[in-house]
Design a binder for this molecule. Structure first.
Ligand code: 6LW
Length: 490
């Protein structure tokens, strides 16, 4: 059985392709750089983060994208030795962009904007004669911003970077809201159009239709939506935004899902993660097993000592609207960040990693004798908490949609270890609202404060992202050693 989450932590909107006896999977990254993580596996069980599609600022133009803007929902495909990633860069001038590479680990091209393709969630498919982009007609820009035109499709000229016709409406599901995440597949005599509908919240669902040609006409599966967790008490909710891949052991659907914690109201600290389930086909229609929780056992540990600057090239680092190399420098065994803005600013100097487990610790040793900064966990500029050092003062800060609270302690001069611990809520009586996870902020051995994590989750932050925790500076220059992560599932 496949591990689930397949790829834990902030990894929404997965797309997968099989090529050269390996599987490659990409996910959304929004305002973070590097963007569009590329994960590789040879067995669908063990996955390695091998690179990112967007590693250079000019590829995406993210510097001024709004919260939740940036890199939405990529599709990865492979044809004639070339890997393609097509993606909408939302609330940016780049629009729908196609990146190419011969090695998915990179480097990837600068990207070609496709004129005449609007909406979001673009898919790329070919028949013998043409290339097709099928996408969600949820218009983000222009005079039709906010309007949803259903699933749309155009033939495109990838070389010229333009649509070859006006968009045509396509089958758009069973009538649930927000038809999106379309993907086209040719299987035998049929073309299949897979979509998500119901919205990315608890009503998220996966539906499919089939027809004689890429442009249809399509007839819906009699069992649509054929995958959804809506109305169930399954530990994995919000399952939707799926992509299909064939493996030697049968067909697999990857999709986004969430692991909400709590009772009557439930909250998902890690945001939308990547999950998988197996498919069986009956009379030319797919049927999906429920998405079962099967976390990898044991404790995952990462330790980074900043011996040289190559550490910043590691694919798992994330910075906000700037690259890690623009955010931090490494010298003499220390990583330094110079900041001019706090975490409530779009251009905070931050270098972090995805929280990938419900039980986790992030630890760093900070020297803030010539600046202000420390260890922070962020959803976005409006929802974050942090341990900030400034000389001998440690301030724990919790920010939530304009509300802010802080706690302060004094420590001896010099370096200090900062630690953020998270864990699931204590077991509670039936039906009691236990909230999200529990968050503990330590400076050295002192517990500075404890927070109810429900307020920094996908449901409350209304963010498409997830928890990202790391080092930051809000003023002056702060230096760090020994960035550690440990994670496990209880
Ligand atoms: C994405 C859409 C969605 O474009 O959320 O879950 C949007 N569904 O398909 C951003 O992740």
């Amino acid at each position: 059985m496949l591990p689930n989450p397949l790829i834990p932590g902030f990894n929404p909107d997965p797309s997968i392709v099989r090529a050269d006896d390996a599987y490659y999977l990409v996910t959304s990254s929004f305002e973070y750089l590097p963007g569009i993580p590329v994960y590789r596996s040879t067995d669908m069980v063990t996955w390695e983060h091998v690179g990112n599609v967007i590693t250079r600022p000019e590829q995406a133009g993210l510097e001024n994208v709004s919260t939740n803007g940036g890199v939405w929902a990529p599709t990865i495909r492979h044809r004639d030795g070339v890997f393609y990633v097509i993606v909408t860069i939302a609330m940016s001038s780049r629009g729908c962009v196609v990146f190419t590479a011969t090695d998915p680990a990179g480097p990837w091209s600068d990207g070609t904007t496709l004129e005449g393709v609007g909406g979001v969630d673009p898919d790329l498919a070919w028949d013998d004669d043409a290339a097709y982009v099928t996408y969600s007609g949820f218009m983000l820009n222009g005079p039709e911003a906010g309007r949803h035109k259903g699933i749309q499709q155009v033939r495109v000229d990838l070389e010229a970077g333009k649509a070859l016709e006006e968009p045509r409406p396509m089958w758009s599901g069973t009538g649930l809201k927000a038809p999106e995440a379309p993907h086209l597949y040719q299987r035998g005599d049929h073309w299949y159009l897979l979509i998500a509908e119901g919205g990315t919240e608890r009503g998220h669902s996966v539906s499919i239709a089939r027809g004689p040609a890429p442009e249809g006409p399509f007839v819906g599966h009699p069992a649509n939506p054929f995958l959804s967790a809506r109305g169930t008490n399954r530990p994995i909710q919000n399952t939707g935004h799926a992509d299909l891949v064939s493996t030697p052991d049968g067909d697999v659907l990857v999709m986004l899902g969430m692991r909400p914690l709590g009772g009557l109201q439930s909250f998902s600290p890690l945001g939308r993660e990547t999950f998988a389930t197996s498919l069986t086909w009956v009379d030319g229609w797919p049927y999906a097993e429920p998405v079962r929780l099967a976390p990898r056992p044991g404790t995952e540990e990462e330790l980074f000592r900043f011996a040289d600057a190559t550490v910043l090239a590691g694919p798992g680092w994330l910075s906000v609207r700037a690259t890690p190399a623009e955010t931090a420098t490494v010298a003499d065994g220390r990583l330094s960040i110079t900041g001019t803005a706090d975490l409530d600013h779009p251009h905070v100097r931050f270098l972090g990693r995805r929280q990938r487990h419900m039980t986790s610790t992030f630890t760093t040793v900070v020297d803030a004798r010539s600046g202000k900064g420390g260890l922070a966990s962020r959803y976005d500029e409006h929802h974050w908490f942090a341990l900030e050092a400034h000389g001998t003062t440690i301030t724990a800060k919790a920010h939530l949609a304009g509300l802010a609270q802080s706690w302060q302690i004094e420590v001896p001069p010099g370096e200090i270890e900062l630690r953020i611990e998270t864990s699931p809520p204590p077991a509670a009586a039936m039906g009691e609202v236990t909230g999200g996870d529990r968050i503990r902020l330590y400076a050295g051995d002192t517990l500075v404060t404890e927070l109810d994590g429900r307020y920094w989750t996908a449901e409350t932050c209304a963010s498409f992202t997830g928890r990202v925790t790391g080092m930051y500076a809000s003023g002056g220059t702060v230096s760090f050693t020994d960035f550690r992560y440990t994670g496990r599932e209880s």
